[in-house]
Write a protein that binds this ligand. Structure first.
Ligand SMILES: Cc1ncc(COP(=O)(O)O)c(C=O)c1O
Length: 469
C-alpha cells in the first residue's frame, strides 16, 4: 500500500487536523493520518482537493440520491432564499413550501397517513416520534405504556433517545446509553442467526416468538412501540425474510404496540419501491424519513403519523394548551423547497423504473462477481441497496477478528483505487449509490472494488488471516 502523502503545514488537511472534531472517526488516528478533503462532485463521482476522482458507492451517507450536481435543486434553494429565506411553524405560523411538501408526502405515503411533522435529521425525526408515542399514551390514559423496542444492529440515530433505540455497540459504549425503557429484540439475519436446518419461514416465526416473549416479560401494559428499518442499513444491510414483518406485526397488534418504520435510508425508491415499507409488506403507524427526501442537499426530515396518533396528540395538546415540541428549523422553507423539487424529479425521471433496471443489474452483478469470492460470505440486498459481507471462514460463516481491521483496510485500498466505500458491521461492504447511477457506472464501480478485494485477499493470505479452503 502506498504511504499517505505527507501533510503540508497549513494545508487544508493540516487545518482539519488542528480544528475539526470528526463524527464517526478514530480521533487519535485522525491526528496522524488526516482527512480526505472532498472539494467537488458530479453525477455519482466526487473529487478530492488533489484532483483525485472517486465513485461514491454509498451516495455519501446513503443519501445524495440525485448525485452531486443537480442544478434544479440549486435553483430551488436559490429561488426560495430570495422569496422567503426563513420562517417558522410555531404557534400556527406556516408557509407554502412546508404545506406543499406535507401534502406531497401524504399523497405518496404507503398507508393512509394524517399529518407530517418536520425536523432536520433522521435522529431528530426518531426522537420526535418517540416523544409523540409517549405523549399519545398519556393522552390515551395509559401512562405506564412507554417502553420502546429496537432491534440489535438497528440504527436510528445518535441523539440520546434515538441512540438508545439504536442497537449497535459503538453507539452505546462509553456514551451511557441506552436510557432505561429502551429494549432490543433479535436481528432478523438468517445467514448468522438461523438454527441448523431451519427454513427462512421458521426463522421468521422464531423472531416473532422472541418479540412476543420480550413483550410478555416486560409486561404488555408497559410496551408502547417498536421501531424498525425495513432493511437494516448501518447494521450491515440486513434483509429480513419475506414473512418476517407480517409475523412481527401480528404480535404487535395483539398487544396494542405501535409500529414505527424508519425509512431514513429505505425511503424514496432505494429498495425498488417508493418505500421500503412496500417492499417488506409493513403497515406502519408512524413513518420517519430524511436523507433522499431532499437528496441531502439541505437537511430536512419528516415524521408522518396516522389518524389515531394525530387524534391523541391533538387531544393532549388541547388539554395542555400546546403541543410543546418543535425545532426552530421545523419545516424550514429552503430545505422544504429543495425536497419538493427532489420529489418532483423522482416522478419526472420515473425513478421507480430506473431503479428497477439498474437495481437488478447491481444485484445480479454483485452476485456474479463476488458470490464465489474467497472472502465473501454473503451477498444480499434489493433495488439499489446491497451488502457484501466478508468472512474469515466461509464454511463456518465466521467473521474476521475486529483487531485485523479488515474494514478500514478495505476502505483505504478502495479509495486508492478510486471508489469511496462504506464497510459496516461484520465487515459488510455496503452499497447505496446515488439513484441516478447507470449500468456503466456500476461496471466501473465494481471493477475498482473487485481489484481492491483481490488486493485485500493477497494481503490477508500473506498474513495467514483468511481461511481459504
Ligand atoms: C435508518 C436510519 N435512521 C436514522 C438515521 C439518523 O439520521 P441522521 O444521521 O440524519 O441523524 C440514519 C442515519 O444514517 C439511518 O440510517
Amino acid at each position: 500500500m502506498a504511504p499517505p502523502p505527507p501533510i503540508g503545514a497549513n494545508s487544508t488537511a493540516a487545518r482539519d487536523i488542528a480544528n475539526v472534531l470528526h463524527p464517526y472517526t478514530d480521533l487519535k488516528t485522525h491526528q496522524e493520518v488526516g482527512p480526505v478533503v472532498i472539494s467537488r462532485g458530479k453525477g455519482v463521482r466526487v473529487w478530492d482537493d488533489n484532483g483525485k476522482e472517486y465513485i461514491e458507492s454509498v451516495a455519501g451517507l446513503w443519501c445524495a440520491a440525485l448525485g452531486f450536481d443537480n442544478e434544479r435543486l440549486v435553483q430551488a434553494a436559490a429561488n426560495q432564499m430570495r422569496k422567503l429565506p426563513f420562517y417558522h411553524a410555531f404557534t400556527a405560523k406556516s408557509h407554502e413550501p412546508m404545506i406543499d411538501l406535507a401534502e406531497m408526502l401524504i399523497e405518496r405515503a404507503p398507508v393512509p397517513m394524517s399529518k407530517v411533522f418536520f425536523a432536520n435529521s433522521g435522529s431528530e425525526a426518531n426522537d420526535s416520534a418517540i416523544k409523540m408515542i409517549w405523549y399519545m399514551n398519556n393522552a390515551l390514559g395509559r401512562p405506564q405504556k412507554k417502553k420502546i423496542i429496537g432491534r440489535r444492529k438497528g440504527y436510528h440515530g445518535i441523539t440520546i433517545a434515538s441512540a438508545s433505540l439504536t442497537g449497535l455497540p459503538a453507539n452505546h459504549r462509553s456514551f451511557d446509553v441506552p436510557l432505561p425503557g429502551f429494549i432490543h429484540t433479535m436481528t432478523p439475519h438468517y445467514y448468522h442467526e438461523m438454527a441448523p436446518g431451519e427454513s427462512e419461514d421458521a426463522f421468521a416465526s422464531r423472531c416473532a416468538e422472541a418479540l412476543e416473549t420480550l413483550i410478555l416479560t416486560e409486561g404488555p401494559d408497559t410496551v408502547a412501540a417498536m421501531w424498525a428499518e425495513p432493511i437494516m442499513g448501518a447494521g450491515g444491510v440486513i434483509v429480513p425474510p419475506r414473512g418476517y414483518f407480517p409475523k412481527i406485526q401480528a404480535v404487535l397488534r395483539k398487544y396494542d404496540v405501535a409500529l414505527v418504520v424508519d425509512e431514513v435510508i429505505c425511503g424514496f425508491w432505494r429498495t425498488g419501491n417508493y418505500w421500503g415499507t412496500q417492499t417488506l409488506n409493513i403497515q406502519p403507524d408512524i413513518l420517519t424519513c430524511a436523507k433522499a427526501l431532499s437528496s441531502s442537499y439541505l437537511p430536512i426530515s419528516a415524521v408522518m403519523v396516522n389518524q389515531r396518533v394525530f387524534d391523541a396528540l391533538a387531544k393532549e395538546s388541547n388539554d395542555i394548551g400546546t403541543f410543546g415540541h418543535g425545532f426552530t428549523y421545523s419545516g424550514h422553507p429552503v430545505p422544504a423547497a429543495v425536497a419538493i423539487e427532489t420529489l418532483k424529479i423522482y416522478d419526472e425521471l420515473d425513478m421507480g423504473a430506473h431503479v428497477s433496471d439498474v437495481g437488478s443489474y447491481l444485484q445480479t452483478s454483485l452476485r456474479e462477481r463476488f458470490g464465489n469470492h474467497p472472502l465473501v460470505g454473503e451477498v444480499r440486498g434489493t433495488g439499489l441497496i446491497a451488502g457484501v459481507e466478508l468472512v474469515a471462514d466461509k464454511a463456518e460463516r465466521r467473521n474476521f477478528d475486529p483487531k485485523v481491521k479488515v474494514g478500514p483496510r478495505l476502505m483505504k485500498i478502495c479509495e486508492d483505487a478510486g471508489v469511496i466505500v462504506r464497510v459496516s458491521v461484520n465487515d459488510t461492504l455496503c452499497f447505496s449509490p446515488p439513484l441516478i447511477i447507470t449500468r456503466a457506472d456500476i461496471d466501473e464501480m465494481l471493477d475498482r472494488i473487485s481489484k481492491s478485494l483481490d488486493e485485500l485477499t493477497v494481503q490477508l493470505r500473506r498474513e495467514q488471516i483468511a481461511v481459504v479452503r
